[in-house]
Design a binder for this molecule. Structure first.
Ligand SMILES: [Zn+2]
Ligand SMILES: [Zn+2]
Length: 360
């Protein structure tokens, strides 16, 4: 018996050592790289574009507070053969890149408002979709003021754009295509109520006002496609306008701020001699919605599923998720989920079904 163990040990050692030395052979390394990069080089998740369902993927769930893995506010909606992006928070492009979704299939961007955690990656979405073959300027819808934001990004990326054209050629990267084009949506800001901002191949996108004072105007967006619907709140305090806009929709992506945790951050910052952080933590509850309040909005609107995103603070691990959502089950026992980057929601056409999955 002892001899058998000795042989197993010797064989394992030989296998480990030969594996180690084999891995140092360039031909073996190249073969491994071809296998690994082969799957990374192809586009991924092409089935998201199929017309049999309305789908959405969370491309950023964090708030301005840092998170080691997650991007900031971003929801990608898949309909009419393209994807439509609500907000482009810092780090959200990285998430889209990791999912390998074909960037050139972007339809447009919809900005809810112009806080930095919602606009930071605008230039990256433009650059990457241009480089991979987008056919025209990238439209950016938003409240009045979007012209200024878009002009700033176009200006900030102007030198980069010049380098790309010089390097790859104007035929390959036409300069007139590689720009963002602002499309202001004034209606809700002027008190005209929800406004249809885009209709394309069965998809209708509607903008509506939310309550994010002193950030005015601030919008949310509703997507209707072949009888299914998705609503994205953007940043808002609990408001009746949100309930109205989400009435009868299938899925509501709603921001959520755990004020009971924010309060503790403020306390601990004070104890650590960081009064400015304490001040900031004290100010932010006025223009955000707690998870329990978001669940109440979902109940009042009669939505099938509410997905919490734009999480303040974004839970670093599962135990904190439980603390974050304290009290939610008391007001809404089911029909809610805490979003994380990569969550996919699928709404098959011609049914009431709501499916969820995690993409990587
Ligand atoms: Zn905001
Ligand atoms: Zn925000």
């Amino acid at each position: 018996m002892r001899r058998a163990f000795a042989w197993i040990f010797v064989l394992a050692l030989v296998a480990a050592l030969s594996g180690f030395f084999l891995f140092r052979v360039p031909a073996v390394q190249d073969a491994l790289m071809r296998t690994a990069i082969g799957s990374m080089a192809a586009t991924g998740h092409d089935d998201l574009f199929e017309a049999d369902a309305l789908r959405a993927v969370l491309c950023g769930t964090a708030s301005p507070l840092p998170h080691p893995n997650y991007g900031k506010a971003c929801v990608a909606v898949f309909a009419a053969g393209r994807f439509w992006v609500v907000d482009t928070g810092p780090g959200s492009w990285n998430r889209m890149g990791l999912l390998r979704i074909d960037p050139a299939r972007i339809g447009a961007i919809f900005l809810t408002h112009f806080h930095s955690d919602h606009i930071g990656d605008l230039g990256e979405f433009n650059l990457n979709s241009w480089a991979t073959g987008r056919k025209g300027p990238l439209d950016v819808y938003g409240p009045p003021g979007v012209e200024r934001v878009v002009a700033g990004f176009n200006d900030a990326y102007a030198l980069d754009k010049g380098y790309r054209v010089a390097h790859h050629g104007a035929d390959f990267m036409p300069p007139e295509v590689g720009v963002l084009r602002a499309i202001p949506v004034p209606g809700p800001a002027e008190g005209l109520g929800p406004s249809v901002v885009l209709e394309a191949e069965g998809l209708r996108v509607t903008a509506f006002s939310v309550q994010h004072d002193p950030v005015t105007p601030a919008y949310g967006y509703r997507f209707d496609y072949r009888g299914r619907s998705i609503v994205v709140s953007g940043d808002t305090a609990k408001t009746e306008a949100m309930v109205e806009a989400a009435k009868g929709s299938d899925v509501l992506f709603h921001e959520a701020q755990a004020n009971h945790i924010v309060e503790i951050i403020g306390e601990r910052a004070a104890a650590a001699g960081r009064p400015r952080v304490t001040k900031l933590m004290g100010d932010i509850p006025s223009y955000h919605t707690s998870p329990v309040e978001a669940a109440e909005v979902a109940n009042a609107a009669g939505v099938g599923l509410v997905v919490f995103y734009h999480l303040t603070p974004s839970p670093p691990f599962r135990l904190v998720e439980t603390i974050f959502t304290r009290g939610v089950s008391d007001v809404r026992p089911e029909g809610w989920i805490l979003g994380r980057d990569g969550l996919m929601v699928e709404l098959p056409v011609g049914s009431d079904e709501i499916r969820t999955d995690w993409l990587d």
